[in-house]
Design a protein around this ligand. Structure first.
Ligand SMILES: NC(=O)c1ccc[n+]([C@@H]2O[C@H](COP(=O)([O-])OP(=O)(O)OC[C@H]3O[C@@H](n4cnc5c(N)ncnc54)[C@H](OP(=O)(O)O)[C@@H]3O)[C@@H](O)[C@H]2O)c1
Length: 266
């Protein structure tokens, strides 16, 4: 594969006067029914991209699609990322509709109160299936699309500060994010080995005020307290960071951005 793309729309690595270089390109954002993923969909839509987005909660996806300005440029896809058959069907639909993916944002992920001493194996398995395996499967499929069409695309993985130290009680979640770090670097290495222009980025946030804490514990009061200790990051902060990594010039590959709320101690 030659690193440069043969495109009718502008090459994503080149600047486009008056607009994003990704205008008209296709993004897939996973975990878009809330929080960071939903905000990334809005941000990429503002950049003029065609945006497909997935999660399990159909009503949430449809509500998001309703608010986006152009129905032709948005594609909500119900997909449980624990099910590889559903992942394959999602990529098949994307290929049929838009001929594949130029940008993949592997955002879906969750934690659960699953300690190593008394956590349920089913919780551990679910964390690894969504946060790690689905991310690897989606990356493989999206990069196959990019290579087939000779596009200098971009894969962005939502990692975490939990990939850089181990919060006590969340070691399996932390392990999943250490794995994301490894997969990000491994993917970059394989792409380098074939002299590909496809870029890979990880973003590692600290506390972001979303539904994450509620999903992890099921306890609204705990979730409220989690985000009340100091001003936390907002989903829009992360969405703008995704845009920053995407809009970097082609010779510049952002590897891992660590972002904490200013007052987060660890
Ligand atoms: N919030 C934080 O403090 C924080 C910090 C560091 C990193 N992160 C990372 O940021 C990413 C987004 O988290 P968030 O804060 O936006 O959390 P969130 O508001 O709870 O959103 C999580 C998203 O993942 C989706 N998801 C979960 N399981 C899924 C499955 N089996 N199949 C498909 N989609 C699934 C959820 O959709 P459905 O439930 O509708 O399927 C939802 O859209 C995650 O990877 C998380 O680890 C978050």
């Amino acid at each position: 594969m030659t690193p440069e793309a043969k495109q009718t729309t502008p090459e994503p690595g080149s600047s486009t006067p008056g607009g994003s270089r990704w205008r008209g390109r296709v993004a897939l954002v996973t975990g878009a029914s809330s929080g960071i993923g939903r905000e990334i969909v809005r941000e990429l839509t503002r950049a003029g991209m065609r945006v497909a987005f997935c999660a399990r909660r159909r009503a949430r996806l449809e509500a998001l699609a309703q608010e986006l300005p152009d129905a032709q440029s948005s594609l909500p896809l119900v997909c449980d990322l624990q099910d590889e058959v559903q992942i394959a069907a999602m990529f098949a639909e994307l290929r049929a509709r838009w001929d594949g993916v130029d940008v993949l944002v592997n955002n879906a992920g969750f934690a659960r109160g699953a300690s190593l001493l008394d956590g349920a194996s089913s919780d551990w398995r679910a964390i690894l299936e969504v946060n790690v395996l689905a991310l690897a499967i989606c990356s493989r499929e999206a990069i196959a699309d990019m290579r087939r069409r000779d596009v200098a695309g971009h894969v962005i993985n939502l990692s975490s500060m939990a990939a850089h130290r181990v919060p006590v009680g969340s070691a399996m979640y932390s392990a999943s994010k250490y794995a994301v770090r490894s997969l990000t670097e491994g993917l970059r290495g394989e792409l380098r080995a074939m002299d590909s222009a496809i870029r890979v980025t990880a973003i590692s946030p600290g506390y972001v005020e979303t539904e994450f804490a509620l999903a992890a514990t099921g306890d609204p009061e705990h979730a409220r307290r989690t985000y009340a200790r100091y001003p936390c990051l907002q989903a829009g902060d992360i969405a703008r960071t995704v845009r920053f990594a995407l809009d970097a010039p082609p010779h510049m590959q952002v590897h891992d951005i660590l972002i904490r709320p200013t007052r987060q101690p660890l």
